[in-house]
Design a protein around this ligand. Sequence first.
Ligand code: 5RP
Length: 220
Amino acid sequence: MTQDELKALVGQAALAYVVPGSIVGVGTGSTVNCFIDALATMKDQIRGAVSSSVKSTERLQALGIPVFDANEVESIPVYIDGADEIDHSGCMVKGGGAALTREKIVADLAERFICIADESKLVPVMGRFPLPVEVIPMAAAQVARRFAATYGGTGTVREGVVTDNGNLILDVRGLQITDPLAMEAEVNQWPGVVTVGIFGRHKAKVCLLGTPQGVKTLAF
Ligand code: 5RP
């Protein structure tokens, strides 16, 4: 099976977690695009979606799924999103699509984070995928220096990318994220950091992992 087929498989499988009559939290990325396409087949059974990016909003609306502003919504039963890496405790690295801040905001509204990913994303220790950090532009160099001094990682500004919030993405290479909760708490304190792409406090409750043998369900 190709990686795209595995993404389609988990996108479809995620429909089982959609609560009829509810507003669904929708993430961003190629795996989520498969989920959005599948969600369109049951759009009459949901109230709509809260979206984590302009791209996902456009795709949802093009398929006739109403999109609510996050400020209109107090709580949602599930948030469904992909990941760049997920460890065996359900902590994730996210932000490969530069949508990490809005993803964390929508995840925060949700009772359960359902991660959908192909099996290549499951890792023993996160850090091989460069850690995305959304930063206020004037702080980019200082945050990169602080990463080098604190964790030994090398941060570079992602070229040609401005987030939906008008900020930059710093990609930090060379990290071993052995304590995701501690690193998330620390980096989020640094001036100029909008959000670090570690999802430890907002980790997955369930991961639907696409494998050649079918969908494997991990619960955390
Ligand atoms: C976007 C994200 C995505 O969930 C992550 O990059 C995975 O994307 P894909 O499903 O395309 O592999 O965090 O900011």
